[in-house]
Structures are given as C-alpha cells and as structure tokens.
Ligand binder design. Structure first.
Ligand code: FUC
Length: 727
C-alpha cells in the first residue's frame, strides 16, 4: 500500500475584521507568542502524517512527518525519521495582537495577528478523510498575501523546481523510497521562481499542495517494500485541487469531532489565561481542575491524531519527530511504552484508533513466528525483543519474553469494550491460544511444585536485568502476572466462543498451579520470587504491579490482602519518575481506590518544563503539553488520560464501579461517554464529591452489576436505552 499524504495551503482572502478575543474554552490550548521551539509547537496529525508549526512570523516552518518513513528492516531496528520542512517567509516583523490556538475538539490550529494594519488569520488542520494537512489563511485586505515558499528534505535532497511545483525524493538505506511534492496555486497577484523557491506577490488567494509518501507496504512481513508513491501523489494532487476549502474543513471537523465528542468532561471552568500562564499558576497554587480536564482530552486528541485505521501505530512520539536520531529510535518498546499508548482507547471510546496496533502486533507475530534467530526460535507461539519497528525488525538489546503475551491483552480488551465477537473469534482467540500454548511449554515447576517462568526479569532493574549476567531469573512477578493474565484472557475467550473445552480444562489446571503473588517481609508485594525487595527501590518501572493495572488479578474488592501489599509497594516506589512512570502510578492508585494519592501525582505531572530543558528532571509537561520523560515521550500523555478515566469508572465483564477513586479536588463535575467493559456507556455527575446522576446505556440487553461506594445493584439494561440509576 502506498502511503502518501497531501499537505496543501489554501489562502483565500476573506475580507472581514476578526475580533481578537481571549479564548478560554475548555478544549483550547492558547498561546500569545509564536512557537520558536519544536516543543512549543502545537501538533496536528491524521494518523498518516503529522506536522508541527513553529518559526514564528518571519519564517514560519511546517515540520512534517509521514508515519512510515523508517530506516529499519525486518532484521534491524532503524529509526522513525523526520520527512521534511516547508518554509514560509512572511517577513511580518510588526505583528501585534498575536494568538495561537489549538481547539482539540475540532483538531483546528489557528493563528491570528495584525501586521502593518492588516489582520491575518490562519487555520491549520490534518484531515483524515482527505489525507491532507490544510492551511487556510485569510487577510483583512485583498492582495495582502506575499510569501517566499521553500521545501526542504531532511537529507538535503536536491529540490526540483518546476512550474509552481517543488519536490524531492530519495531512498533510505533499507531501500524504502519516498517522495514529496509541493504544488502552489495563486489566485491573483504574481509568482516567480528561483532554483530552490517560489515567490508569491500580492495574491488574493494562494494554495499550496504538499503530498508525500513512501513505498512502505504495511504489515506484509518481510515483503515491506511496495510501489514508489509517484503516480499516487500526482493523482492525489489533481483530486484535491478541485475540492473547495470549506468542504475540506467541514469534512475534517465532522470526522474528527465524531470521535472526539464521544466523551465530554467537566471538572471546572477554565480561567481566562493562556496555557503557559495556566501551567505556571497550576505549579504555584494548583487549583485548575479544568486544566486537568483539558489534559485528559488532549490525550484523546493526540491518540486520534496519531493512530487511525489503515496507518501504523502511535510510536514513542506518536507521529511527531524532528530528530534524525530520536531517543529510543522513536520506535515501539513493549515493556510498557507502546501498551500505554493505547490504554485510553477502550475506556474513552476510541476503539478504532487501536486498529493500527493490532495490525502491527499481527505483523510482529508473522515475522517472529518460527524465526531462525536462536533467541526468538520457538515451536509454539512467538516471542519478541523489547524494541521493534513497523517492519517487525528489532533492536536486539534484550529479549522480552512476556512482551507478546502483554500485547495480546489489547486484543482481549478490545473485545471487552466493544463486544465485537467476530474480532474475538478471528483475531483475538488465535493469538491468545498460540501464546497460551507457548507458555504451557515454557513454564517449569519450582521446588514447591508451582509453575514459574524460568528466565524472566522485572524490566530494567534487579536480578535478571542484563543478558550479560546470563543468570536466568526464575519466577519474576512481572512474568508470573502477565502469564496469569494471558491464561485468564484465553479462558474467558474460549468460554465465550465455546471452543476447545478440553484445552480449557488444561489451562485452568496450569493457571491454578502457577506461583501467584507473594507478600514479603515488610508487607510488600514481592517483585521477585525471593523476598528481596528493597523499600528504597524507587525504580521507574512498576512491573510487579502489572496485576493491579493494567491486569486485574489483584483488586481492592477481590483480593484485599494483595491490594494492601500492593499499596505498600507503590508507596515505596514513591512519586518521582519518568512521565510514563508517574502516569502508570496514577492508574495504580486509581485501582487501589486512592484518588487523592493519584491526584498528588497529577499535580507532579502538571509541572511546566521549558522547551529548552535538557537536564533529567523527571516528569512534567513541555509548553505544548507534551509529556516529559525526559526527553519528550508521548506515552505519558496517554497514560494520564487512561488514569483520569480509571479514577472515574472501573469495570470488568462482571461489574462496573462508579467513581471508585474520585479525588477530593474534583468536588463537582461530570463526565459523559466513558465506556465500561461489556460495552456500556456511562454518564455521571457529582456534587460535593458525591455521585448525583448516573446514566447507563448498554449495547446489549442484560443484567449488569453496578457498584457505588458500598452498594452493589443488579441493573436490567435494554440495548440502546438510557437508564438513569436511582442511587
Ligand atoms: C523503557 C523505559 C525507558 C524509556 C524506553 C522507551 O526502556 O524504561 O524509560 O521509556 O522504554
């Protein structure tokens, strides 16, 4: 499949004055200065391409990515690469009344300012239906649009300048071919060209079309090289040039809002401040629950923008990257990061966004299944290294044996949130079964006759940490909990599908025989088989708490003793760590029904970090609200969104729990559209920290157990009907 994008700039002149108001909408990121650094720029994306706009009003830069431009192969990790930059030299040096906004409910980025008495307004958006990033610029006076336009590749490729077209192409070391073409159409005014740019003078309207693509053939195993994109790019350009801007804009907003508006949250009114001032005020005195709500929705915005059906999954930076050597290759690490990217998909009703993850996992399976690599070779199921690319290739720094089992959870969870029985049968069940068979053959009995993983680790620290020590580490809690969860998901799926009843009995016995969670000498949940946990261990990973979240083997209601031990362990881990580590802990405290502890971590997360900060300062947010790992890593944004959802609603296929961990700081509020497992939509409002209304809408008729505080009610729901709970 060719992957191509269309980026075009539409500059019709609409003569009207625009009131420069101070926006304070709850879905707005708002700045009063241009972005002069990439981490101040606001992200737009449509799952295939992403862009960040910075550079200001003298020379504006549109830095763009196309999600398949990666230098790896099925044997080598490579990196996710920046594609190129469009430069627009406006030379507007006398700007006043500047504002830059991102309305995340419409995925519409706008800029307003006056220059020499003329008001300019820019719209930027990334359209999924039209596979295009669109710029719409208006001015308050005809003929006011003059600009020098350049297109530059990241490898200083030779740029061709033909009649109002700029283009470059090339081939990466992995033979992936790529090309981008920028077409320029001005109405009125004049244009001239140089050997590297096109100059527009006094145009009434100007349209820039940028298309870019690669020859990546998605998820075709070893055969990842497809057709060069050239013909498709030209065909796309013709199609788009006949589309009116207003049609593109409304098609885009309708498409994006149809996903985004499924969930609405209100935790308080947004103060009339720009986002930078809100971040500063929050750090000094907190008390901006609307900012906490905005960050929740921003995670949903970023997931919709980075991951749409037909694309590749959101990588370590989502879809946005300007570095040729990004941290951890900006690829997919499977011992927390790529999974965290998709934690919000189910609970915040963005199931479609998970499709690229499923395709990527199935391709990873195809490439690794029966691999000749002695580290990966297995006769049943498949395993993978810890960090992989979109071709299925890996950085071989470490085999991550339970990684494939952890990834398979996402297939089971997708069924739980959507009820898609076809998906369960055709895609989830075969994966769950083959991985169950893998672990059936891989587990060994320990001296007490318990089944244990013979050679695991607890990611990135403690015994078994490095391959060099070659000491296979048996019975790591992380391994035990992931495998237990895999067996549980397999058993649940087989029973729903009424398949393999004999094998179900076998797996039930296996699961019963597994070494389960252990409580150690200081009351902690043991991270390793031996009772060696150090209370001063504040490592960023919370791997031994997988069973609390995202797993559910340990819960406050089901296993209070283990939950108490998990609380001890989590307290010991502390509240310092990378962005994703903090947001994992927000989810963990939610599951341990401690909303105030979770909110304390939210306050740690929402700390302004300068775009230029290079020290390892732990968690925080860059000016554009990107998560600080450091460096920028988008998983923390997604982990946060999942954490807020978990504080307000928890579920499994047997019951829903309303407001299980409502932070006291969220005194009054409402949330609409959260999803519970069992495909139930939940709307709630609360006052003085007490639930006031709860509406349930089930996709399938049935009786549902609903818990609030210490009340558990069996509620009859008919498909599609709104039921208001009488609490
Ligand atoms: C794991 C984490 C690191 C980083 C990397 C991408 O190795 O331990 O902190 O997030 O993934």
């Amino acid at each position: 499949m060719n992957r191509f994008i269309t980026l075009f700039l539409l500059l019709p002149v609409i003569v009207h004055a625009r009131k420069l108001n101070t926006p304070n909408g709850d879905n707005l990121l708002y700045y009063q200065k241009p972005a002069m650094h990439w981490l101040e720029a606001l992200p737009i994306g449509n799952g295939a391409l992403g862009a960040m706009i910075d550079g200001g009003l003298n020379e504006e830069r549109i830095q763009f990515n196309e999600s398949s431009l990666q230098s790896g192969t099925t044997k080598k990790i490579g990196s996710y690469l920046p594609f190129g930059n469009v430069y627009l030299k406006w030379g507007h040096q006398n700007a006043t009344g500047y504002s830059r906004k991102l309305d995340i409910s419409k995925a519409l980025h706008t800029v307003d300012y006056k220059n020499d008495g003329i008001s300019y307004h820019r719209d930027y958006f990334a359209s999924y239906p039209d596979k295009a990033i669109v710029f719409h610029v208006t001015a308050s006076k005809p003929g006011a649009i003059s600009v020098e336009i350049k297109l530059k590749g990241e490898q200083n490729q030779k740029v061709q300048v033909s009649d109002k077209m700029l283009s470059f192409k090339g081939k990466l070391e992995n033979d992936l071919q790529y090309e981008s073409i920028l077409e320029i159409k001005n109405e009125g005014g004049s244009y001239t060209k140089t050997d590297s740019s096109i100059l527009i003078k006094n145009a009434n309207a100007l349209t820039l079309y940028l298309v870019a693509g690669t020859s990546f053939k998605a998820f075709a195993g070893n055969d990842f090289l497809g057709q060069v994109p050239h013909q498709r790019l030209l065909k796309d350009l013709n199609l788009l040039s006949s589309t009116k801007y207003s049609a593109l804009k409304s098609r885009h907003i309708n498409d994006f809002s149809s996903l985004f508006n499924r969930v609405q949250i209100n935790l308080g009114v947004a103060p009339k401040k720009n986002t930078i001032d809100r971040l500063k005020a929050y750090a000094n005195s907190g008390g901006d629950p609307a900012l906490e709500a905005l960050l929740f929705q921003y995670g949903r915005y970023l997931l919709i923008s980075a991951s749409r059906p037909g694309g590749v999954p959101a990588n370590l930076q989502g879809i946005w990257n300007q570095d040729k050597k990004p941290a951890w290759y900006s690829q997919y690490t499977t011992n927390i990061n790529v999974q965290m990217n998709y934690w919000p998909a189910g609970p915040t009703n963005l199931g479609e966004c998970e499709m690229p993850l499923f395709a990527w996992i199935e391709n990873l399976a195809a490439v690794n299944r029966g691999s000749s690599d002695p580290v990966l070779h297995t006769s049943k199921g498949w395993v993978a290294y810890s960090t992989n690319n979109i071709m299925g290739g890996a950085s071989t720094w470490r085999l991550h044996r339970p990684g494939s089992a952890w990834l398979s959870r996402h297939f089971w969870e997708y069924y739980c949130f959507t009820g898609d029985i076809d998906f369960l049968r055709k895609r989830a069940y075969p994966l769950l079964k083959e991985l169950t068979e893998y672990w059936q053959q891989h587990l060994i009995e320990n001296k007490d006759g318990k089944l244990i993983s013979p050679d695991g680790w607890s990611p990135e620290h403690g015994p078994g940490k490095n391959e060099e020590d070659k000491k296979p580490y048996p019975g790591a809690s992380y391994d035990q909990q992931i495998v237990y969860n895999l067996f549980s998901n397999y058993l649940a799926a087989a029973k729903i599908l009424k398949l393999d009843s004999d094998y179900v009995l076998t797996v039930e016995k296996l699961r019963a025989k597994m070494l389960g969670p252990q409580i150690g000498k200081w009351g902690q949940l043991q991270e390793w088989m031996e009772d060696v946990d150090d209370p001063a261990d504040h490592h960023r990973h919370n791997s031994h708490l997988f069973a609390v979240y995202p797993g559910n083997q340990i819960s406050m209601i089901g296993t209070p003793a283990y939950a108490k031990a998990a609380t001890k362990s989590l307290l010991a881990r502390g509240d310092k760590g990378t962005g994703w580590a903090i947001t994992w802990r927000i989810n963990l405290w939610a599951r341990l029904f401690n909303g105030d502890q979770a909110h304390g971590l939210i306050q740690k997360l929402i700390q302004p970090i300068a775009a230029t900060e290079t020290r390892d300062i732990g968690s925080g947010l860059y000016p554009n609200l990107f998560d600080v790992c450091p460096p920028f890593q988008i998983d923390g944004n997604f982990g946060y969104t999942a954490g807020v959802a978990e504080l307000l609603l928890q579920s499994d296929l047997t019951e829903l729990i309303l407001l299980p961990a409502l932070p006291s700081a969220w005194k009054n509020g409402s949330i609409k559209g959260l999803k519970a497992r069992g495909n139930v939509t939940v709307n709630m409002s609360w006052k003085n920290n007490k639930l006031v209304t709860a509406e349930l809408i089930a996709a399938t008729s049935g009786t549902y157990n609903v818990r609030y505080l210490n009340k558990l009610k069996a509620v009859k729901l008919s498909a599609g009907k709104v039921v208001m709970l009488d609490l």
